[in-house]
Design a protein around this ligand. Sequence first.
Ligand SMILES: [Fe+2]
Ligand SMILES: [Fe+2]
Length: 299
Amino acid sequence: MPTSTPVHADQHDVARRLLHSSETLSYDPVEEVDWETPLDTDHHGASPEWSTLYGTAYWDEMTPAQQRELTRQEAASVASTGIWFEMILQQMVLRDFYAKDPTDPNFQWALTEIADECRHSIMFARGAAKLGAPAYRPSRVVVELGRLFKTVAFGESAYAAILVAEEVLDVMQRDWMRDERVAPFVRTINNIHVVEESRHMKFAREETKKRLAGSGRLRRQIDALVVAIASYFIVTSMVNPKVYEHAGLDAERARREAKANEHHKSLLRSSCAGLMEFLNSAGLLTKASMWFYRRANLV
Ligand SMILES: [Fe+2]
Ligand SMILES: [Fe+2]
């Protein structure tokens, strides 16, 4: 078991490295993303393999134009859910560092991360608008649960939940940013997000480990459950069921086939293997939490 001093010193090193990396490579989406060129509907919004309907009978019946419209709506929904979560995250980090030592690199990194997220949310908002999407927000219940979570969550549960949201978004965006079928401006958005989020994920992993160090069994059990429930609502809110209507599909059939889509579930599971490994190593995969991860198709 490490003593508190090396962990603390190491934490400063991590924050310093992250600050340095952010000075070297950060983006201003206002300048970097091509907002001017009108949307070319020959492009997808996401890699088709990531569509919630890919692999279903319905997908095969759709015209290529319908498939592209669907992935554009799905990408806009993921971006909008990203905004929802980034607002939760900004508030949790801001609360966490309230009145802490401003000379501490961790403090400065935390504010840097909040600034990143603020730019990301504006970028996602503009991106979703350019994709021709309406406002996609999580269900009323989830919005209220998020309101509670952002107001009270702290410590390792806050940072582990942040990590889950960032990792799930990351695995999708890594595919989309490299995919030539995806609209160029969406690829740029994804690229910016992947680069800047890799630092956030490093910080979230470190904070989770640091705050869990020396915690007892009961606390871990509670943490594990809180993080799993938060993850469940984050992941299941990624694609809003309204995307099907907006893509001009038979919404009821689309929802039914998406719900039973084994391809999508296995894609999620395989993409989240690394995340689950981390949660396991942190002692956050308990029996109770696994129930939620299974229901969210993360394991
Ligand atoms: Fe972000
Ligand atoms: Fe982030």
